[in-house]
Design a protein around this ligand. Structure first.
Ligand SMILES: [Zn+2]
Length: 246
């Protein structure tokens, strides 16, 4: 059967070749269509040349002529946003379920950092009608965004694009969600909140505390400007955008 098919497919090609040599006047326009309409010579038995199967037309896109898809926007997201990594050490207080929850929060952080929405939120953050952060260490929004991607903690200052931090869980019946200080490379997280927080809120808290490691501070008192500091504002962005990655 396979051999027969091959022979049948060859026949039209032979016809084309013959036609070209026999009828030079049509050489320029010869094609497979011309072969098919060629009348057999009188008195001869028409060869059983099968019509080649027509090439199936491409499936038309029903939206193509009505609602053409716009070209995909060219992403300007820095490569460092997509490669942002983490090295989190679970130092104490963790049970298996806590590790699973924290791992999920870390994953949310990385997904959020790799979004245009996060980049846009940092670059366009305003305080008092100006694109800036409170206690910004003298940096512009764009420079702050770059320090986040660089991820050079004060205690481990290599710009390794990796969030390096340890975590200790503790319990205290207070209003403190977590805390850290500039002299230690870990953060303390109160299980009173960690246990009830959604994963995106844990992610936001982790980022808040980690931004202290990168060198950003805020008022210790709940001042009106404190939410516009880098740890509070950017931590909030992580939590908010992170909702869609739960
Ligand atoms: Zn803080």
């Amino acid at each position: 059967m396979k051999r027969l098919t091959t022979l049948l497919l060859l026949l039209p090609l032979v016809s084309v070749s013959c036609k070209k040599s026999d009828d030079s006047s049509q050489e320029k326009s010869s094609d497979s269509t011309a072969v098919n309409v060629e009348a057999p010579a009188p008195g001869t038995i028409p060869p059983t040349v099968p019509t080649p199967p027509p090439t199936p037309p491409a499936t038309p896109d029903p939206n193509a002529s009505v609602d053409p898809q716009p070209p995909a926007p060219v992403s300007t997201l820095p490569a460092l946003a997509l490669s942002f990594g983490s090295s989190i050490k679970y130092l104490s207080g963790f049970e298996d379920a806590d590790i699973l929850k924290y791992n999920r929060a870390v994953a949310v952080v990385k997904k959020v950092v790799g979004t245009e929405a996060f980049r846009s939120a940092v670059l366009n953050h305003t305080y008092g009608g100006v694109k800036t952060f409170v206690q910004n260490n003298g940096l512009t929004n764009a420079q702050i965004y770059q320090t986040i991607l660089d991820a050079a903690e004060r205690l481990t200052p290599a710009r390794n694009n990796t969030m390096d931090v340890g975590v200790k869980l503790y319990f205290e019946n207070s209003s403190i969600v977590g805390y850290t200080s500039t002299s230690i490379s870990y953060i303390n997280v109160n299980t009173k909140f960690f246990d009830t927080y959604t994963v995106n809120s844990v992610a936001g808290n982790l980022f808040h505390e980690w931004l202290h490691k990168v060198g950003y501070g805020h008022d210790s008192a709940a001042t009106a400007r404190r939410p516009y500091s880098v740890p509070y504002a950017v931590g909030y962005m992580i939590g908010k955008i992170g909702q869609k990655f739960l």
